[in-house]
Design a protein around this ligand. Sequence first.
Ligand code: ATP
Ligand code: MG
Length: 398
Amino acid sequence: MEVCYEAKQIVLPDYIRALTARLEAAGERVYLVGGSLRDILLGQTPHDYDLATSATPQKTVSLFREDFRVIETGLKHGTVTVLSEGNPVEITTFRVDGDYTDGRHPDAVSFTRRIADDLSRRDFTVNAMAYREGEGLIDLFDGKADLRRRIIRTVGESRRRFSEDALRILRAFRFAAQLEFTIDEGTAEGIVACREGLSRIAKERIASEFLRLLRARDPAPALLAMKDSGVFPFVLQNYTPCVEVIRLSSSLPPSEEARLGLLLTGTDRAADILHELKLSNKQITGALAVLRGSAKRIETAADARRLIACCGAWSPLAVRAAILRGNAPKEAVGWVENNDAPVKISELAVTGKDLLSVGLTGKQVGETLNALLAAVIKDPSLNQRDILLAMAKKEGLA
Ligand code: ATP
Ligand code: MG
């Protein structure tokens, strides 16, 4: 990652300049802030642009209402979303946070006319810079130097910032993973001192940051740092994965479900932990499928078909997890990915109806179909109607 030190080289897209020009013409100041500015300074293209302005939310709305689509969703926190050439752009009034008596949310937010106040409330130095055309880069906390040193450091005293809002602890690890930065020493001390505050944070907010961390190219260094700081128990219900499991899970392709599933190898409470994180059904199913599949011993193509029958769409990741755990040889990937033999009841050459017509009843039908599938997975050449019917008569009516 190249760091671009020259803020004057920053060129904003026209659809952003259309918005900033209008605010400035109305006598307001407007800055590019947050992750978008950080990513530009790192030489990357931001996925969205965040603007901060001196204008009140009402004024922003009135300036754009006529000819732009304006969404007032975050109005209470000063955020107005303006759709510019189809791109949603968040414009937020300079803000200061009130006291944090609950360790999660400010008691109140108030608007301010000074960008410096707005930058002071932000979490990390690399996220707390602002840029305005003609004025240049505002960097009150040495964020640019931290980008160059590749470190995540809190704005202000780390213990105070983490006790205000413990979610920032997870955000520190998430940014460290995404940007491939390390966490500053003082910041890491603050994390250890304040980690218990995470027990007051909503699980879905913790999960969202943690999954973003898991999607990073190589999450291992950040996960190892989390382990060293004693943060895992507050994320995964008192479970801390061991170093080896962290390394294995990080070597999987960047699927949050697969990595999370493999990370849960060392506990028998995987399903509870996943449910407590309030993940979606798809996420839980995926993580459990990969975890289950990774434990299967695969020695033959028939074993690989059993894995597909058990893990479905998750089997390409599950077989890789099984290889990493030493339960399958490398060629098992090909067995899974190139399989065209039957692995599902719907792929059998007979149906439940066929079995009813040869005299099987009720519960026998399901059981027999399962038995036939197991036989066909073992030997696909059996998947012929007459063979299966003969087997069914023998099996089901016995
Ligand atoms: P991403 O690329 O993931 O969007 P980002 O830095 O934009 O990264 P966001 O979560 O979108 O991250 O937050 C936008 C900005 O708001 C941050 O850069 C930071 O300045 C500020 N911010 C967000 N959450 C917090 C928080 N909990 N405490 C303090 N500042 C925060
Ligand atoms: Mg953002």
